[in-house]
Design a protein around this ligand. Structure first.
Ligand code: ADP
Length: 460
């Protein structure tokens, strides 16, 4: 029995429509409702009409045939590609049933024309707007034709009701009620919980509420961990800096006490200690900067990026031997000024700090893209070998010996963090001995951010 119902309602066919394809599933459900209501209404009308005659009546036979067409059309569909044709056959058969029945039973005086409303609604939903409009046109033509036939010709008659006023009256009320009930039932279905789309939305809403609650718990947890981390970073840095400062001070005092008696070797060692102490302090500060690098509320303002680049280099201190060329194309944008300035200050200072040429040249340029800008900072320095081009963006990674250039290896890690937080990307194009071009994509639409940085490196 269950199998039989599964078959007549085409359950397995319905299941074969992809779960995500809500519209197709919704349409097929409607197709099922339409098929069985039209089939039943048509068959019963045919039987009702035939009951009035002893011989087979043309209308009753045609309506029965159309009812069968509607049913077989539904049952024979094998794959989804056949659905549009099946939907069209159903709607047109339904139209013929309504039209013929009206024509044979009082024309426009027959309330069966009300069924046209159901047909129009079904056509829009099964076949889409264009076909829906066509069926609406067809319905209007049918009504106009029936109006003409009823009013000005004797083509239509009440013959089906044997011209019995009581029967006519009764039939009009029955068909009118049936039509209203059909429209109401379908509309109710579409807005009820059984509607595939509404069902899915409700399900997703429930799932969303659950994930939302989880997310809220997670956010609270994250905020707590963040605060703890902040506290941890400042405690650690404070506790690490104190003994460092003590070492620095003690070394200074021993040097002072020793005065001229210190042999040059010892003096050189003291200098080395002081240098290492300073480096350690720089590293601690860098860790702090990095840990804060994504926690500053963004301040979107109008920025003339060309001026920003020039000002930034002035701020970090432009040595005499540096020539800065900033392209005229650099745009005026609305963005986060502090973050952008932080990026340029790191890239420009690196271009100078790691440069091995006497005359340093820096070029800043831009490529405008649909969804943002690719800024580039080019230098005439030593260049970076391909194998290190990704490594340099990792925190604490440096290519130079620390004794050659003071470097913590944090600057580019911070820059990368800022850019990626905004939905951008940074990379370097370079070859050993040919200078480096750092390029970064800065999106037009930046991600909503809450929380940064700081630490513009001062060169001179
Ligand atoms: P820091 O903050 O100490 O300057 P970065 O993270 O900015 O360190 O850079 C990491 C390493 O990448 C540097 O130690 C340097 O070796 C290399 N580097 C960065 N910029 C350049 C550049 N413009 N030219 C050559 N090497 C560079």
């Amino acid at each position: 029995m269950k199998k039989f119902f599964n078959w007549i309602f085409r359950k397995s066919f319905y299941e074969s429509i992809p779960y995500e394809d809500l519209m197709s599933r919704q349409r097929f459900t409607l197709f099922r409702i339409f098929t069985y209501t039209a089939f039943l209404a048509s068959t019963f009308s045919a039987l009702q009409i035939q009951a009035l005659y002893t011989e087979v009546h043309f209308l009753a036979a045609s309506m029965f045939v159309l009812a069968m067409v509607i049913l077989v059309n539904f049952l024979r569909v094998k794959n989804q590609d056949q659905l549009p044709v099946a939907y069209t056959i159903s709607v047109l058969s339904g139209f013929l049933v309504v039209h013929m029945q009206s024509y044979y039973s009082g024309g426009l005086m027959n309330a069966g024309t009300m069924y046209l409303c159901v047909l129009i609604m079904t056509a829009f939903m099964l076949l889409g707007t264009k076909a829906g409009k066509w069926v609406t046109g067809l319905a209007v033509l049918s009504i106009a034709f029936l109006f003409y036939a009823t009013e000005y010709t004797n083509w239509t008659s009440y013959e089906l009701f044997k011209n019995d006023p009581a029967l006519i009256h009764q039939d009009a009320i029955v068909t009118f009620l049936l039509a209203v009930l059909l429209v109401a039932a379908q509309s109710n279905y579409l807005h009820s919980g059984k509607n595939v789309i509404i069902e899915r939305i409700t399900l997703q809403k429930d799932q969303l509420e659950i994930s939302n609650r989880k997310l809220q718990d997670y956010t609270v947890h994250l905020e707590r961990t963040n605060k703890e981390l902040d506290k941890f970073a400042s405690i650690v840095s404070h506790d690490l800096k104190a003994p460092l400062r003590a070492i620095g001070n003690l070394t200074g005092w021993i040097e002072e006490d020793g005065g001229d008696t210190l042999i040059p070797e010892v003096r050189a060692n003291f200098n080395m200690i002081k240098q290492r102490v300073k480096r350690m302090e720089d590293l601690i500060n860098a860790i702090l900067d990095y840990s804060r690098a994504d926690r500053r509320v963004s301040d979107d303002v109008e920025i003339n990026t060309r001026e920003l680049v020039i000002d930034t280099l002035d701020f970090i201190g432009k040595p005499e031997n540096v020539q800065l060329h900033v392209s005229e194309k650099l745009p005026v944008i609305v963005s986060d000024k502090t973050r952008l300035s932080q990026i340029f200050s790191n890239l420009l200072s690196n271009g100078i700090k790691y440069n091995d040429k006497k005359e340093i040249r820096l070029d800043v340029d831009v490529e405008v893209q649909a969804d943002g800008w690719i800024f580039s900072v080019k230098d005439n320095g030593p260049g970076i070998e391909e194998q290190y081009q990704e490594k340099i963006f990792v925190i604490f990674q440096t290519l130079n010996r620390r004794d050659d250039v003071e470097s913590t290896g944090v600057g580019l890690a911070i820059v990368k963090k800022i850019i990626e937080d905004q939905g951008g990307k940074i990379w370097v194009e370079s070859a050993l001995g040919e200078g480096s071009t750092f390029k970064f994509f800065w999106p037009r639409e930046q991600k909503e951010l809450d929380p940064v940085i700081i630490a513009a490196p001062i060169l001179v």
